[in-house]
Design a protein around this ligand. Sequence first.
Ligand code: NG6
Ligand code: CA
Length: 503
Amino acid sequence: MCRFKFLFAGLGLSTFPLLPVEAQQKPNIVLIYADDLGFGDSSCYGATRVHTPHVDALAQDGIRFVNAHSAAATSTPSRYGLFTGEYPWRRKGTGIAAGDAALIIHPERNTLPKMLQEAGYTTAAVGKWHLGLGKETGKQNWNGLITPGPREIGFDYSYIMAATADRVPCVFVENQRVANLDPRDPIQVSYTKNFPGEPTGKDNPELLTKLKPSHGHDMSIVNGISRIGYMKGCKSALWEDEHIADSVTAHAVQFIEENKGRPFFLYFGTNDVHVPRYPHPRFWGQTDMGLRGDAIVQFDWSVGEIVKALERAGIRDNTLIIVTSDNGPVVDDGYADQAVEKLKNHKPWGPFRGGKYSAYEAGTRVPFIVNWQGKTRAKESSALVSQIDMPATLARLAGVDITVKEVGDSRDQLDAWLGHDEKGRDYVIGAASTLTVLTRHWKYIEPQDGSSYNPFTNTELGNDPQDQLYDIVHDRGEYDNVAAGNPLVVRFMKEILREEKAK
Ligand code: NG6
Ligand code: CA
């Protein structure tokens, strides 16, 4: 049957390259998920003071989207949407997770990696996790098997940071056990109180040899940098920030090498360019933007290493590669790393307003590149696409019959993702401290009483007690609220939200 499909494809009866499900090995999928990388942070998206040749190369024979969205303006909810296909705002407890949060994806749920496993894929999660671990918050067995975790939601292999680099525990967790742990020096973690005698950034600023906080981040000190939360012990297992990219990249490359003979899915969540930004010294000074710019170069290096590994393994042209980010950019996210001082004319948010945490576009409008050598061609696409569609779209690519699967809000957008459909979604709901509805013409922001500005991160949050409506085609910077003059459009957008909430 598959062979006939190829014939039809050749006759132009199909608008996208049909999947060689039996004739050839199913395509591998590599999802490179940057942290806080903004729309304008790579050279193929217009940056001039940082060069990202490896990301650019993927755009050069791939689809570079200019209207692509993460599910939320912060990490945990975006990743929740990515793996479950359910809008995170539907689910309580999907806000930014502490380092000792319980696993927020219920093991009973269908997930992207589970669907790919069923389709015969070997699956891996390498890098930033930030979806919680264990059954109960604060009760993880950090010195033993930490469960449930990646395995229970569909990952055969995992090598992860539990939360973020600025949150304890500052250790890698491999297959749900702390890596390199010496049982004679066990690990202890607390988000409520410090361990007696342990220094903190607040009380012992003289020990902050690598980075000092600008706001928050004044608890346990690891590797000369103070963090959120308290931890003690496990000296042999602690990460060094300057080696995080090398470590996660090496583990991702190893997974590729070991699984080149069978279809695989690799989720590679980089720590770059999240705080604390402390790239390996070989990247220092590669930009004139200080550590934030150099962390972008380090991210780009990781992308290059992954592509090289695919080439070495001879599977480059049978691998779909996606590069995107979990939310928009932030310049000062809590460490005095000179990012603000050295930013000058660089615009991490591109032409959009707001940034990470914001309901304005830069909160969720992220870089998004889909590359499948031989199948995609250099193209800029303005199709409206969203990471919420990751499960349905990739499952379809893998040959899963998604009509019989629970994929929540996720829709099959393979045609758009491969560059054959210029429209994409009719609308997408975004989540920050309020909800938004974005169509190809309009952006609506639901009224919200919260503060409109975060002075610490210098973010316009997009909150306003009034309806906000923007003509996103002619006013992509969202400066002219046209709600009053377009009551019918406002009503229509509210109706979309009302219906979505009722689902
Ligand atoms: C905030 C942190 C910020 C960052 C963010 C999560 C403070 C003052 N700020 O609470 O530094 O860690 O959480 O970022 O602690 S995210 O990209 O993982 O969502
Ligand atoms: Ca993030």
